[in-house]
Design a protein around this ligand. Structure first.
Ligand code: ATP
Length: 516
C-alpha cells in the first residue's frame, strides 16, 4: 500500500510537470479541491468526453444529447430532493480537529475487512496452486465467510441508519467498530451531523430582488426538466435516452485524493426513459453496456468490479457502482441507478405541468421510469492517468517514465522529430506535420538529442514518434517508433496517415465494445 501511495504522489507531480493537471489559482496558493487542466490534460479530457459522447449519442439511434444551463430555477432542487436530502453525514475528531464523512469512515473500515479476505484468497491460491477454485474457497472457507458476514452486517446497519436519519446509531457504529481518526489515532468523536453539499449563489442585481440559486450538484436535473421539450421536438419514442456532459458543483466535506473528489467537476450522464415495470431489464442492460465501454479501453478487466448498493440514494430503487482500482484501492468510478419515476413525478408536482408520455403500444399515458448512467469525467481522467503511469526499467538498466494512455485518448497522437536541426530535415518534418495535423493532434520537436525527445513524448503518452533522417532525403521514408514496445520500423511518408489511424481511430476502439 505504501508503495501505491508513493506511486500516486508521483502521478500527481507528473500531472503537474507535464502539463496535465495543476491546482487552480496556484499563484495564490491554490483553492482546495479545485483544479485546472493544462494543455495535455485538456486534450486528454476532451478525448475522454468525445469517446463517451460517441458511444452514447452517435452510436445509439435512440439517444440524443443536450447542453442545459448550470443555473436552474431553485424549485428544481426542492423537487429533486436535493434541498432536503443532499446531505452527507459529517463527524469531527476532537483531537485532530479533522472532519470526516461518517459513512466513508465506516466504508473504509469495511474495505479493510475485504482486504483481509483478499489476503486469505492469495494465501490459499499459493497453497493449492493449480487446483485452487476461488469461487469454492470464497463460499466455504470459514474465516472468509465470517469476514463477509461481518462486512455485510456493517454496511446493512449503516444503510438502515442513514435511511432512517438515525445519526446517533451511525456514531454508535463508529464507536462499536473502534474506528480511530487516521490522523490522531483517537476515538474522541463529535456527534454526527448532516451537511448540505449544494453551493448557494444569487441571481439579480439588487439585494431585495435577488433570487437564491444553487450551482447544480448534478447534471441530471437539466435533463429531466427538458424531458418533454426533447421528447416532443425529437419525436422520441420510449425507450429513449438524453445525454449530457457538463459541470457540477458540490461542497464536499472531505475533498482529498487529487481530482478524485473535487468541488467543481464534470459529469457525463445519460437518463434512459422507459416504461414502468421494465426497469430491471434496462438496469441490467445498462450495467453491461457501461462495463463494455470501460473494457474497450483495454485497461484490464481485473481493474474493474461492480459494487451493488445497500445504501440507496433518495431517488433509487436499485443502484450499482462500477469501481476501478485506483492507486488508493477500488473506488467508485461510475454509478448506474434505477431512478423510478421519482424525478419526473416530483417535477410534475412542483411545476404543475404534465410530464407524461403517451405510449401508443399500451394506448395510455404514464410518467416514464428512468435508468441513469453517471460517470465523473475527472474521475475517469484519473483512472486513465493513474493506470497509464509506469516507471519502466529498460534492458540497459536505465528507466523511462511512460504514460501508456489508450492511444485513442492520448493528448498528442504523434510527434514529428527531425534527427538534426539542419540539412533540410526540419523542413521535411514540418511539411509532414502540416499534412497530418488536419486529422490528428501532432507535435513537432527539434530540440535535444532524439533519445531525449522520445522520453519527453513517452512522458506525455504520445503513441507514435516519426523521425526524419538523412535517408528520408533519398527515399521519402521515415522511422516510426512505438511508445509501448519502443519498436521502430521504416515506412514511407505516404503511409503515415493510415499507420496513425490504425492506432488511434475512435471507430476501431469503439468496436471493441462489441467483443468486450
Ligand atoms: P461519492 O459516493 O464518491 O461521493 P456519489 O455516489 O455521490 O459519489 P454520484 O452522485 O452518483 O456520486 O455521481 C456520479 C459520478 O460523478 C460519480 O460516480 C463520480 O464519478 C462523479 N463524482 C461525484 N462527485 C464527484 C466529485 N466531488 N468529484 C469528482 N467526481 C465526482
Amino acid at each position: 500500500m505504501a508503495n501505491q501511495e508513493e506511486v500516486f504522489k508521483k502521478v500527481i507531480s507528473h500531472a503537474k510537470e507535464y502539463g496535465f493537471v495543476v491546482q487552480s489559482s496556484e499563484i495564490y496558493d491554490g483553492l482546495s479541491a479545485v483544479y485546472d487542466y493544462a494543455q495535455n490534460g485538456a486534450e486528454l479530457k476532451k478525448n475522454i468526453r468525445e469517446y463517451w459522447w460517441k458511444a452514447m449519442v452517435q452510436l445509439n439511434q435512440n439517444i440524443v444529447g443536450i447542453d442545459a444551463a448550470i443555473f436552474m430555477h431553485p424549485t428544481t432542487w426542492k423537487a429533486s430532493g436535493h434541498v432536503d436530502a443532499f446531505n452527507d453525514p459529517l463527524i469531527d475528531n476532537k483531537d485532530s480537529k479533522k472532519r470526516y464523512r461518517a459513512d466513508v469512515l465506516i466504508e473504509d473500515h469495511v474495505a479493510k475487512i475485504e482486504a483481509k479476505i483478499e489476503k486469505e484468497v492469495k494465501k490459499a491460491a499459493k497453497r493449492f496452486g493449480e487446483a485452487f477454485d476461488k469461487e469454492q474457497f470464497l463460499g466455504t472457507n470459514q474465516r472468509v465467510l465470517e469476514y463477509q458476514e461481518k462486512a455485510e452486517a456493517i454496511l446493512k446497519r449503516m444503510g438502515k441508519s442513514l435511511e432512517n436519519e438515525d445519526l446517533e446509531d451511525v456514531k454508535n457504529l463508529i464507536e462499536e467498530l473502534g474506528i480511530v481518526c487516521p490522523l490522531s489515532g483517537s476515538r474522541n468523536w463529535t456527534d454526527v451531523k448532516q451537511f448540505n453539499l449544494m453551493f448557494g449563489t444569487k441571481l439579480g442585481a439588487t439585494a431585495d430582488s435577488a433570487m437564491d440559486l444553487y450551482l447544480r450538484p448534478e447534471t441530471a436535473q437539466g435533463i429531466f426538466v427538458n424531458f418533454l421539450n426533447v421528447q416532443k421536438s425529437g419525436r422520441m419514442k420510449i425507450p429513449f435516452g438524453i445525454a449530457q456532459v457538463g459541470k457540477a458543483f458540490r461542497n464536499e466535506i472531505v475533498a482529498r485524493q487529487f481530482i478524485f473528489r473535487m468541488r467543481e467537476f464534470e459529469q457525463m450522464e445519460m437518463q434512459f426513459f422507459i416504461a414502468p415495470g421494465t426497469q430491471q431489464e434496462w438496469y441490467k442492460k445498462w450495467k453491461e453496456n457501461r462495463m463494455k465501454w470501460h473494457l474497450s479501453l483495454g485497461m484490464g478487466e481485473e481493474n474493474y468490479r461492480f459494487h451493488d448498493h445497500e445504501k440507496l440514494a433518495h431517488y433509487a430503487d436499485a443502484a450499482a457502482d462500477i469501481e476501478f482500482r485506483f492507486p488508493f484501492g477500488f473506488k467508485e468510478l461510475e454509478g448506474i441507478h434505477s431512478r423510478t419515476d421519482f424525478d419526473l413525478a416530483n417535477h410534475e408536482k412542483y411545476s404543475g405541468k404534465k410530464l407524461q408520455y403517451f405510449d401508443p403500444e399500451q394506448n395510455k399515458s404514464y410518467v416514464p421510469y428512468v435508468v441513469e448512467t453517471s460517470i465523473g469525467l475527472d474521475r475517469m481522467f484519473l483512472a486513465v492517468l493513474s493506470h497509464a503511469y509506469e516507471e519502466e526499467t529498460l534492458e540497459n538498466n536505465s528507466t523511462r517514465v511512460v504514460l501508456r494512455i489508450p492511444a485513442v485518448l492520448a493528448p498528442v497522437k504523434a510527434a514529428v522529430l527531425p534527427l538534426v536541426k539542419k540539412d533540410g530535415l526540419p523542413e521535411i518534418a514540418k511539411k509532414i506535420v502540416e499534412d497530418l495535423r488536419w486529422e490528428f493532434n501532432i507535435s513537432y520537436d527539434e530540440k535535444d538529442a532524439v533519445g531525449r525527445r522520445y522520453r519527453r513524448q513517452d512522458a506525455v503518452g504520445t503513441p507514435l514518434c516519426i523521425t526524419v533522417d538523412h535517408d528520408t532525403l533519398q527515399d521519402n521514408t521515415v522511422t516510426v517508433r512505438y511508445r509501448d514496445s519502443m519498436e521502430q520500423k521504416r515506412v514511407a511518408i505516404a503511409e503515415l496517415t493510415s499507420i496513425i489511424k490504425s492506432e488511434v481511430d475512435m471507430k476501431h476502439w469503439l468496436h471493441k465494445m462489441d467483443t468486450a
